[in-house]
Design a protein around this ligand. Structure first.
Ligand SMILES: [Zn+2]
Ligand SMILES: [Zn+2]
Length: 108
């Protein structure tokens, strides 16, 4: 599975279309807060766990999408208004953020 299109449909939301025909709606706040990079989610190296400080969610541009690039054929990398561009979202991760009625119903 891969994405066939991704566009920003409003200042606060993106729409993703998948190769299986599914359409995803993902709010930018959720998208950004789910950033999988080590700086946002922490990481464990040699049994030492790094827990990042709580993000300052009031930083200007934090939830503004300025660009998205494709990484190979398996992920995308968004660039945010505050300059953050470390997060690589695999298709699986991106799909798990889908907030359409169907996916939300499946999660509850
Ligand atoms: Zn991040
Ligand atoms: Zn969905």
């Amino acid at each position: 599975m891969h994405i066939t299109s991704l566009k920003q449909t409003s200042p606060t939301e993106i729409a993703v279309t998948w190769s299986d025909g599914h359409s995803s709606r993902i709010p930018l706040t959720l998208f950004r807060d789910a950033c999988p990079c080590a700086g946002c989610q922490g990481e464990t190296i040699l049994f030492r766990t790094y827990v990042p400080p709580a993000a300052d969610k009031t930083i200007a541009g934090r939830y503004t999408l300025t660009n998205i690039t494709t990484v190979g054929n398996y992920a995308i990398k968004p660039v945010w208004g505050d300059g953050h561009d470390m997060g690589m979202y695999t298709w699986e991760h991106l799909r798990s953020l889908c907030q359409c009625d169907e996916c939300v119903a499946r999660m509850t």
